[in-house]
Write a new protein. Structure first.
Lengths: 769, 203
């Protein structure tokens, strides 16, 4: 039974180099958090994923792999024009094709981007569905459109949205396609944002740097395309979904279809990548999941609706491109006095993420900050969340500007950052990272190395927030034979949450992670968080720990009589329950379990609320070493070092994997990725994986992931999230390294050879215009 | 590398297809046979309706009945229940559908199923089972060489092919050997480590 009195605990937390003793006040029923003094046997270890054997043998069942008896295949017809009116949709030829079982057509009258849902068919095979989609005839009345950020900002640009139709915040000022300045949402309980008086700050500055930065739209390019399999049994709907949030899909589908939530079950056994694009019932630019359910109902058969690659690149979201005007001021000793960050994001028909987070939050002691953020609508696929939404873009503009200001101040860019940084964890990153990259090898005069292939080293910071979903729960079931299961309705999007939860439960129960069978990805389980914003481990973990802790108490009560000891005297370790003071007195965990009165002990625990912690913003620092060929313009990343802290890492093996992955995805954006729209016809030129280039094995660099030791309290596991902050500094770190190599600043991403050569030529340092 | 099916189908191709047509159930195949004036009389035109034929997959002969336009990948996935290979880019750019074709890694999305008749196809399922992992598969698990795991079957097959040809590859050879495969979660360095680990075990 949960105790009703609010407990308080003294914990040793913070960076191990400079720990603090905090008195924390968790909610009633919560337990003492793990801290720097905890003796942990499983947590922080290196645990291969429990589902690994399924994944490496091709047995893991993704939504894309689901096959049901009598299942039909669906295919969407998408608008081939970027703007206009839908005059007529004729599905009669498609309906007459043998094997076609149901069709759907949109109610929309207006087309706003090339790729919009128009009609869909369901047929007995994938091939017939594709044939049928080609037989749908649609008549459009094309309208004027605008596809580029700069053109959309022009005074007489065609309007993407009519009055009141834009998805941007209703109270923000609107001028043509431009909305803003918009008020940023409060993320977590962080300091930062606009403050002070920038005019005063610039007046105090001895040196001012001002420049404009630009980067391209980045598509999520997840490998498992968006999709569902919808299956009706009477009025009960089961949906297999490739999603980051099974409960979110359930809510969205129930509302769209007029069903009670109990009638909808959503299952995600394994999921092939989301990065923020799978936070919707369907996708941000398509209603395919709702359509799949309707087609399945109409046809009386299960329907599989997976998007193809072309569609995936068009309508499932993207990270907005951005145009950022940054102005920074500092005194001669390198103290930041003012930050003015103005940005225009390119979000297609969607609502763009804010890019001001890094400028507002990385150096909170800068007294004068003004953030002005504008959204620009274009006739292009809508943007949505992508791994630390807006922050990689914002950090590219802001942290490149910081580097440029350091150069003007004739300061070491690392020293300049250190001087302005007060983050309790990040203060200790600089030395660790500098050593790992070999900071002393950088060019003290940028661009001075001789020869054609010039090497350089750069650094950048990033930030994110401790975000938590508190209304979640987990259930641990101990069976009479001592086997253990854990049920939790989050989903494993590739981060390894199954294994993390097993590690946490194993720590409590003195077992190995492989002894815990974890079930996730089903709305029939206790509620779990939608996986986005680095919330999963620190939302789900504490619930799993509490449920396992309750199971431990129940098993301890069974073991006590066997060991002739009080339950409070017992410890759980190595599959045994033992008397702490006399470790030779022990029984096996399963021997104690056999004493249970029934077949199963079930322990369901709610996550308790988050409480005070060392610091509620997360810091990341990355170093990059690059080689620039000044004759060909090719930039290669040679090495990246990421330094990060996520409190107590639950599974170091998988946490490091995410840090490395962020460096790779960031390097890919910095060097290659560029969604290209044809400005004459308004369609995407590279909706595929050969012309929309991702970083591949041949481009790979040495990737170093470092987690500094620490604990961050706030919940009973003392873990924070980490997948977003580690993605934030990468773009700027690489761009700063390119400057260090060449002495030429590239303020536009991706840094493709043509741009590198043009920049070198302009600076008179080789290359060709 | 190379991940594309052979440019010129094996020389036995035409013969083998004719042979195969003679040997499969004539009734079903005959409906798909259309003589075309300009071609040699013996060249068979299949389809458009489904025709039955036999594929040798993971050492087992299996009969599928599919339209001749169906790719090897879709035949494996949608008709033989072998869903390990994934359709990711649909055009040979990502290696997600890599299978072994007479021991060579190919993109199964670029080959028609009928063109695989008479050849040995090995998919990721044939390399090992969860209970008995191949050395490459075991190394992938141990090194945590994946996150979401969607690209993993393709990488496991490509890595197996690489090690079959070159049992002791250096880092540059590993990169070259896997360069037809893409991973979006960003696990390349872990994959390289897994290949090296598997190579050391084998050696």
């Amino acid at each position: 039974m949960a105790e009703q009195r609010a407990p308080s605990f003294q914990v040793k937390v913070g960076p191990v180099e400079n720990p603090v003793i905090l008195e924390v006040h968790p909610a009633p029923g919560d337990i003492k958090p793990w801290d720097l003094d905890s003796r942990l046997t499983q947590v922080t270890g290196r645990h291969p994923r429990l589902e690994g054997a399924q994944k490496v043998t091709g047995r893991a069942q993704y939504t894309y792999d689901v096959r049901l008896p009598g299942m039909l295949w669906a295919k969407m017809v998408r608008a081939p024009i970027p703007a206009g009116k839908i005059v007529r949709i004729d599905t009669s030829k498609a309906e007459r094709l043998a094997g076609v079982k149901a069709v759907w057509t949109t109610d929309a009258k207006q087309v706003r981007f090339a790729g919009q849902d128009i009609a869909a068919v369901a047929a007995v095979s994938q091939e017939i569905a594709e044939d049928a989609a080609r037989l749908v005839e649609v008549q459009y009345e094309p309208g004027p459109f605008v596809t580029s950020l700069e053109e959309a900002m022009a005074p007489n640009a065609p309007l993407v949205f009519g009055e009141g139709q834009a998805p941007a915040p209703p109270n923000a000022p609107r001028n043509g396609n431009v909305t803003g300045p918009v008020v940023p949402p409060q993320l977590g309980t962080v300091r930062g944002g606009s403050r002070g008086d920038i005019e005063k700050g610039f007046a105090e500055a001895n040196t001012i740097h001002e420049a404009t930065y630009r980067l391209a739209v980045h598509t999520h390019a997840v490998l498992e395309t968006h999709g569902v399999v919808a299956h009706w049994e009477g009025d009960q709907l089961t949906v297999y979904a490739s999603t980051q949030g099974v409960f979110q899909v359930r809510a969205g589908l129930a509302e769209a279809l007029g069903l009670a939530r109990r009638q909808v079950r959503v299952i995600t056994e394994h999921m092939g990548g989301g990065f923020g694009s799978k936070l919707y019932p369907s996708a941000v630019g398509s209603a395919f999941a709702i359509v799949a359910c309707r087609l399945a109902k109409k046809a009386g058969a299960p329907v599989k609706f997976m998007l193809d690659r072309h569609e995936e690149q068009l309508c499932t979201g993207n990270a907005p491109g951005a145009l950022m005007a940054v102005r920074l001021g500092a005194t001669a000793d390198g103290t930041l006095t003012a930050i003015h960050f103005r940005s225009y994001t390119e979000g297609g028909i969607g609502q763009s993420a804010r890019t001001g987070g890094p400028a507002g939050n990385i150096y909170p002691q800068c007294p004068n900050v003004k953030l002005e953020e504008y959204e620009v609508a274009t006739n292009a696929g809508p943007t949505c969340a992508l791994r630390a939404p807006g922050h990689p873009q914002g950090a590219f503009g802001f942290e490149c500007a910081m580097d440029e200001l350091a150069h003007r101040l004739r300061m070491d860019p690392l020293e300049f950052r250190r001087k302005n940084d007060s983050h309790p964890f990040r203060r200790f990153y600089y030395d660790v990272g500098a050593k790992a990259i070999g900071w002393e090898r950088r060019n003290t005069v940028p661009g001075n190395p001789p020869g054609v292939k010039k090497r350089g080293i750069g650094v950048a910071n990033g930030n994110w927030y401790v975000l938590v979903r508190e209304a979640v729960a987990a259930e641990v079931r101990v069976h009479r034979d001592g086997s253990v299961e854990l049920f939790h309705g989050t989903q494993d999007i590739g981060t390894g949450i199954r294994t993390a939860l097993a590690v946490i439960a194993a720590e409590e129960l003195g077992l190995r992670p492989a002894d815990i069978t974890v079930h996730v990805g089903d709305t029939r389980f206790p509620p779990g968080p939608t996986s986005g914003g680095s919330v999963t481990t620190n939302s789900s973990g504490p619930a799993a720990r509490l449920a396992a802790h309750e199971a431990r108490m129940r098993i301890a009560a069974l073991a006590g009589p066997l060991l002739k000891a009080n339950p409070e005297e017992l410890e759980f370790a190595d599959g045994h329950i033992l008397v702490a003071a006399e470790p030779a007195r022990k029984v096996l965990f399963r021997e104690a379990a056999q004493k249970m009165p029934g077949e199963v002990i079930g322990c369901l625990a709610d996550r308790k609320r988050q409480f005070e912690t060392v610091r509620q913003d997360l810091a990341a620092t990355q170093f990059a070493e690059v080689e620039v060929d000044v004759e060909t313009g090719v930039v290669r990343v040679l090495k990246m070092v990421g330094v990060n802290n996520c409190g107590i890492p639950i599974n170091s093996l998988t946490a490091e994997n995410q840090l490395i992955g962020a460096q790779i995805q960031g390097a890919s954006w910095a060097l290659f990725e560029h969604r290209t729209l044809d400005r004459n016809v308004g369609t995407m030129v590279n909706p595929n994986l050969e012309a929309y280039k991702l970083l591949g094995p041949a481009d790979m660099f040495e990737a170093v992931a470092i987690f500094t030791e620490g604990a961050n309290a706030g919940n009973n596991t003392s873990a924070t999230g980490m997948a977003e902050p580690v993605f934030v500094p990468t773009l700027a770190a690489i761009a700063n390294a390119v400057f260090n190599a060449t002495g030429v600043r590239l303020r536009q991403l991706p840094m493709t050879p043509d741009r590198v050569l043009a920049a070198l030529a302009e600076a008179g340092k080789g290359g060709k215009a | 590398m190379p991940k594309r099916p052979p440019e010129n189908p094996p020389s036995s191709f035409q013969v083998s297809r004719r042979t195969f047509l003679k040997t499969v159930g004539v009734g079903a195949a005959a409906t798909g046979l259309v003589a075309q004036g300009a071609r040699p009389a013996e060249t068979a035109i299949l389809g458009p309706d489904a025709v039955p034929f036999t594929l040798r997959v993971n050492g087992v002969r299996q009969t599928v009945t599919v339209e001749p336009r169906v790719t090897l990948l879709r035949a494996l996935r949608n008709h033989l229940g072998l869903t390990g290979a994934k359709e990711v880019c649909e055009r040979g750019a990502c290696g997600g559908c890599t299978v072994l074709f007479d021991g060579e890694p190919i993109c199964a999305c670029l080959m028609l199923a009928v063109d695989a008749v008479g050849h040995e196809i090995m998919t990721v399922e044939g390399l090992g089972t969860p209970e008995k992992l191949s050395p490459v598969q075991a190394a992938f698990v141990e090194c945590d060489a994946f996150q979401c795991g969607f690209c993993t079957p393709g990488f496991v097959v490509a890595s197996t092919a690489l090690l079959n040809k070159n049992p002791t590859p250096n880092l540059e050879e590993i990169k070259a050997g896997l360069t037809g495969n893409l991973c979006r979660c960003g696990t390349y360095s872990r994959i390289f480590e897994a290949v090296r680990t598997a190579a050391e075990r084998k050696g």
